[in-house]
Design a protein around this ligand. Structure first.
Ligand SMILES: Cc1ncc(COP(=O)(O)O)c(C=O)c1O
Length: 374
């Protein structure tokens, strides 16, 4: 049942709240099964790791559950230490978030209010625009150039009001990366402007191009950079919500001022710390991804679809028939992929690389939809 708000509410709220676009997630499996009355729907829509969590993480979670009546250590020292060692930085250079989404929100909280601006690629992760509007600031959108972030146009859009620049590498939904040369040149030209660059590397572990920039090499540049990473993708812990940021300690200090206490829960802290040590799980995930990527690309290309080469764990393609139709038909068959209309790419679909059998099922269902259309 919906309740009617009192008449004064619209005047009482911050004026920009109603302009905040809702986040549109990939459709959950349970919802699709309920709506269609089917079982065994497959979700390849949110770039999760189809192999699941590492066994070390599962063991660590089990161990922690019995202590769930006690608050966790708010600063998560063990997990921060693990992350700092893995990345060759000091624990003071690490902040944790309830997903890297939360760190984006902390950045917006610290740096943005009206009439500030944040620069965002037009076809990129939707949380950038959401957190920008959440603090009354203005997103300034930059079109992609051949599916890549356009760093020249990004620089040209910097004004005295710019406070944050969001760059995703690999970018979602295109899977394209920013090269070392591009990022060095960008930061040199940005110089000492009063801007923080948010370099979002949610898919960093999947990248195999030797030319791709590793954001970590840039956090000591004069122009401040914060690198965002997550346990939601290759580490297979999306449901626990753990992300982290790597930056100079003064920036981490500022973010800690707006961080909610205990923002990463006890079980999540333990699981993430254990997952960091599970190289075998990471390597297995990488192998599965590489094989799945090759298989899906060649199948989609053989159907005549345009496929954007990806450095992440997903592929974006443009079908030769209406993308909306293909998406809906796949959904009816219990195959959940991502329509990209809300990413500004209505003619494209994104699919997460799944297990070999999930990938095959997808190709089978897609082929039967296309045959039925002829
Ligand atoms: C580019 C990008 N950044 C960040 C995230 C969110 O990560 P987290 O689960 O850590 O909030 C995603 C999730 O899909 C993403 O695609």
């Amino acid at each position: 049942m919906k309740n009617q708000e009192p008449s004064w509410v619209k005047e009482a709220i911050q004026p920009y709240v109603l302009s905040i676009p809702p986040y549109i997630p990939g459709k959950p499996v349970a919802e699709v099964e309920r709506e269609l009355g089917i079982k065994k729907a497959i979700k390849l829509a949110s770039n999760e790791n189809a192999l699941g969590p590492s066994s070390l993480a599962i063991k660590a979670m089990r161990k922690q559950i019995v202590g769930a009546h006690i608050y966790p250590e708010s600063s998560a020292p063990d997990l921060r230490l693990g992350i700092s060692r893995k990345n060759g930085v000091d624990p003071d250079n690490v902040i944790l978030g309830n997903g890297s989404d939360e760190i984006m929100q902390m950045l917006a909280h610290v740096f943005l209010s009206a009439p500030d601006e944040a620069i965002i690629a037009e076809n990129s992760f939707s949380m950038y625009r959401i957190v920008t509007r959440l603090y009354g600031a203005k997103p300034v959108f930059i079109p992609l150039k051949k599916y890549h972030l356009d760093l020249d146009a990004t620089l040209a859009a910097v004004t005295d009001r710019t406070r944050l620049i969001f760059l995703a590498s690999p970018n979602s939904p295109t899977g394209t990366v920013i090269s070392k040369n591009e990022l060095s040149d960008f930061l040199d030209r940005l110089g000492e402007k009063r801007v923080v660059t948010v370099f979002d590397e949610a898919y960093a572990e999947y990248v195999n191009s030797p030319d791709a920039a590793n954001g970590l090499n840039y956090i000591s540049e004069p122009s401040p950079v914060i690198v965002l990473r997550t346990f939601s993708k290759i580490y297979g812990l999306a449901g626990l919500r753990v992300g982290y940021g790597l930056a100079q300690s003064w920036l981490i200090d500022l973010l800690n001022r707006v961080r909610a206490p205990f923002n990463v829960n006890l079980v999540a802290q333990a699981a993430a710390a254990a997952a960091l040590h599970d190289d075998e799980h990471v390597q297995r995930s990488l192998r599965m991804n590489l094989e799945g990527m090759k298989y899906l690309s060649s199948e989609l290309e053989s159907l005549g679809f345009e496929v954007i080469p990806s450095q992440a764990n997903f592929l974006t393609f443009a079908p030769t028939t209406d993308a909306g139709f293909i998406y809906e038909e796949l959904l009816k068959k219990g195959m959940i992929v991502r329509r990209l209309a809300s990413f500004g790419m209505p003619d494209h679909i994104r699919i997460t690389v799944g297990t070999p059998s999930q990938n095959k099922t997808f190709v089978k269902k897609l082929t039967s939809i296309l045959k039925g259309r002829r």
